[in-house]
Design a protein around this ligand. Structure first.
Ligand SMILES: Nc1ncnc2c1ncn2[C@@H]1O[C@H](COP(=O)(O)OP(=O)(O)OP(=O)(O)O)[C@@H](O)[C@H]1O
Ligand SMILES: [Mg+2]
Length: 277
């Protein structure tokens, strides 16, 4: 059995001055090395949950352990932030300096890391995201996708075990989006980093190991993407779309065509249609 790296038990979060719970009794375990996607309509609690994972917020109820630490003191929060990095939606908000490599070093400098260690970690991180040749460049000159790669390098330099991407592709063009998603997948597969991938794009969610759909602060559906999207009506009732081929399969089934519930890609649809007599 795989080791659990994140364990949430009945985790709740309520913002000051509000009455509803933004995160409402979430119980969830995430295994080390897993690539978990989170979908959910606006306001369903995804970002609040992400901030709890990163100890930017602390649960108002319930228990949460991240990499073996339950945040109780400031020091715990600090440790959690080192092991669980976060990449946000807007790359411009994450860039703080005017030279790419300085930007990647920022977090380590704040930790008081010795300069030679910073040097090697930053070089390694920039190499890992394919941005070595831009080390001396100004972040302002980069595309959105490249800026996100620099943001990922800044997180990687801290050697995290987990990276939470909160809609990190939402502001990118299709190429940048694919590029950043592929980077996260590669870090997951090659370096064993646990990924929590929050997105509005179901095509991305479809490629995760596991998918949860949040609604009203709760986990509404959880499972392998294929099994989740296969519950087409339920997913759509939660205000979300499902992959086109799943919708088409559901429509054809409604009209009496006998098709399995797990068709997700055009190829799979073609194979099943050719099988029909
Ligand atoms: N700082 C805040 N103060 C008060 N309420 C907040 C605050 N931030 C979020 N909320 C509320 O908490 C709930 C969950 O918000 P959250 O940002 O976690 O949702 P989300 O799923 O990330 O949405 P989106 O898809 O728009 O990013 C919403 O009802 C939201 O209005
Ligand atoms: Mg959000």
């Amino acid at each position: 059995m795989k080791k659990t790296i994140i364990e949430a038990r009945d985790v709740c979060y309520k913002y000051d001055g509000t009455t509803a719970l933004a995160v409402d009794h979430v119980t969830l375990t995430i295994a080390e090395g897993e690539f978990l996607a989170i979908l959910g309509r606006n306001g369903s609690g995804k970002s609040t949950f992400a901030k709890l994972l990163n100890a930017l917020l602390l649960p108002t109820e319930g228990s949460l352990t991240v990499n073996g630490i339950a945040p109780a003191t400031e020091d715990d929060c600090y440790e959690i932030r080192k092991s669980c990095g976060m990449v946000f939606q807007n790359p411009d908000n994450q860039i703080v300096t005017t030279i790419v490599e300085e930007d990647c070093a920022f977090g380590l400098e704040n930790l008081g890391t010795p300069p030679d260690v910073i040097r090697s970690r930053v070089d390694e991180a920039l190499h890992s995201v394919g941005m070595t040749e831009y080390a001396q460049a100004s972040p302002a000159m980069l595309s959105g996708g490249q800026k996100q790669r620099v943001a990922v390098a800044g997180v990687l330099a801290m050697r995290p075990k987990i990276i939470v991407f909160d809609e990190s592709t939402a502001m990118l063009d299709p190429i940048g989006r694919r590029d950043v998603f592929a980077l996260a997948r590669r870090l997951n597969v090659e370096e064993g980093i646990t990924i929590v991938w929050i997105t509005h794009f179901m095509e991305e969610a479809a490629l995760a190991d596991r998918l949860i759909i949040m609604d009203n602060g709760r986990v509404a559906i959880e499972g392998e993407p294929r099994a989740v999207f296969g519950q087409t009506e339920r997913v759509m009732a939660l205000g979300l779309d499902v992959p086109e081929m799943m919708k088409l399969a559901a429509m054809l089934r409604e009209r009496g065509v006998s098709l399995p519930g797990n068709i997700m890609t055009v190829n799979e649809m073609a194979v099943e249609l050719c099988r029909l007599k």
